[in-house]
Design a protein around this ligand. Structure first.
Ligand SMILES: Nc1ncnc2c1ncn2[C@@H]1O[C@H](COP(=O)(O)OP(=O)(O)OP(=O)(O)O)[C@@H](O)[C@H]1O
Ligand SMILES: Nc1ncnc2c1ncn2[C@@H]1O[C@H](COP(=O)(O)OP(=O)(O)OP(=O)(O)O)[C@@H](O)[C@H]1O
Ligand SMILES: [Mg+2]
Ligand SMILES: [Mg+2]
Lengths: 256, 256
């Protein structure tokens, strides 16, 4: 079955883009057909796959406003089996432009429903907010994957995020499910990380993935080469952790 | 003169809140009267000063929607000379609620214009976006301070931020000025940090502060104690760097 996964967290800089880019790459590497939808006006996912500004002329913004369909807005990447719907800064304006549109929360979902989707997985990289553009992802997807940095301020927003997911499930998308939380930028030497990890596991139980992504400078170097860390340096701890995370996602998906 | 400073960057997790909280504390410690306006629905600045959820009943959301004036929404903190206008998750809804309001970009500015402001400095902690709520800060303030993490993805959004500031200066607030960039979470051992720092200094020249904030785990521990790092552990490298940054801000302000 086609898996629809939104990677979301309104806390900024917790590893949303890095998780989408590397999970998608790892799944494509084992033969899955994957689409990444870049919903962040920063366009970091598009950059991480080396998509030039010219190649972003048609993208997610156009699909949300109904000016292009999914196939027109989707481009191949250099990675076999992996396509992307790129983002541009125009998406910043989408928050305002969508307000008066009919079915403003359903724009992405309606566009996907009307399209041929030759994919096994679709990932949406969300911006660091819970406003209308992110809402479109939560309505169009079925699973939500939440990257969580093990820091106090990052923990604080979790209850607001969970409440928002509950609200969306009740009123807009009954199939929406918090699929799991992934601990990112984890530093085993830090007491804070161990403490936050223990708190999160005691509260969310098996929803917290076993795979933990370590802090690893090679991860932050990869985007400047326009490549996912799995291709930039597959032996490094960060890349290995994302490969393991993909295996765990496949195992959990099979069990669902 | 009263200094009005927005701390903004649409890239998430770059140290906006940490910079506001610690700069404000350092300035209050040398006798300046400071107001922090928390404009982020996450309310991280309010948490960093130990403001309970009950004490946030009236805050920035109410001021933007015209339901309270500045003095009603402002609270003292445990730090002498430092007040805060707290934030709650309601601010997420403000993006939509402000759209149809008259002077929607000027709501914060008009509220401040009509108030008695017994302060030397006002800092606004912005959310990780460039939408209407952040626009309110850019219209109400005069200086913009941009915390910048020395990573490739963080560098990418800078040109969009600078273009947005130019647009706001031309159409909404002629006094708006990019006051400076502060390099945060700097790791001297990392080539990437050194490279990004060199790029930024060659492009922005003297607008880049001399003071660089090092990555320091004590900074991320402080919010769980409801205290700025300057009070949690004033001897640590992170606290010392923020004290130095405050000194540099005072020197640059005096020269302006
Ligand atoms: N495990 C890691 N180790 C080291 N650096 C990392 C790791 N994961 C991500 N990074 C770096 O940290 C920064 C933030 O990560 P990323 O941009 O993926 O977060 P995000 O949640 O998508 O941010 P935003 O909220 O702005 O969209 C990036 O510069 C990235 O390269
Ligand atoms: N110099 C530093 N060294 C170590 N950790 C830091 C440093 N500065 C900030 N942090 C931690 O990094 C995380 C991100 O910082 P902060 O929340 O201030 O960024 P932000 O830009 O305000 O994020 P957002 O975009 O979500 O508002 C926090 O957990 C904070 O405690
Ligand atoms: Mg991102
Ligand atoms: Mg913040």
């Amino acid at each position: 079955p086609l898996r629809l996964i939104a990677v979301a967290n309104q806390k900024g800089g917790v590893g949303k883009t890095t998780t989408v880019v590397n999970l998608a790459t790892a799944l494509a590497a084992v033969g899955k057909r994957v689409l990444v939808i870049d919903l962040d006006p920063q366009g970091n996912a598009s950059t991480s796959f080396g998509i030039s500004q010219e190649a972003r002329a048609t993208g997610t913004y156009d699909v949300l406003l109904g000016r292009a369909d999914v196939s027109q807005a989707t481009k191949a990447t250099t990675i076999p089996g992996l396509s992307i719907m790129p983002a541009t800064v125009d998406l910043t304006g989408a928050e305002i432009e969508l307000i008066d549109m009919p079915r403003r929360e359903f724009r992405l979902r309606d566009a996907l429903r009307g399209a041929v989707l030759p994919y096994d997985y679709i990932f949406v990289d969300c911006p660091p907010s819970l406003t209308l553009v992110t809402l479109n992802a939560l309505v169009a997807m079925e699973w939500v994957l939440v990257p969580l940095q093990c820091e106090f301020l990052a923990l604080e927003g979790l209850s607001h995020l969970v409440r928002t997911l509950d609200r969306v499930r009740r009123s807009l998308n009954p199939r929406l499910e918090l699929h799991g939380l992934v601990l990112t930028m984890f530093d085993r030497r830090s007491n804070l990380c161990e403490q936050v990890s223990a708190d999160v596991r005691s509260y969310f139980g098996p929803k917290v993935y076993d795979t933990v992504i370590p802090r690893n400078v090679r991860i932050s170097e990869a985007p400047s080469h326009g490549k996912p860390v799995l291709l930039y340096d597959w032996r490094c701890p960060g890349a290995q952790a994302y490969a393991q995370l993909a295996t765990e996602l496949l195992r959990r998906g099979a069990a669902a």
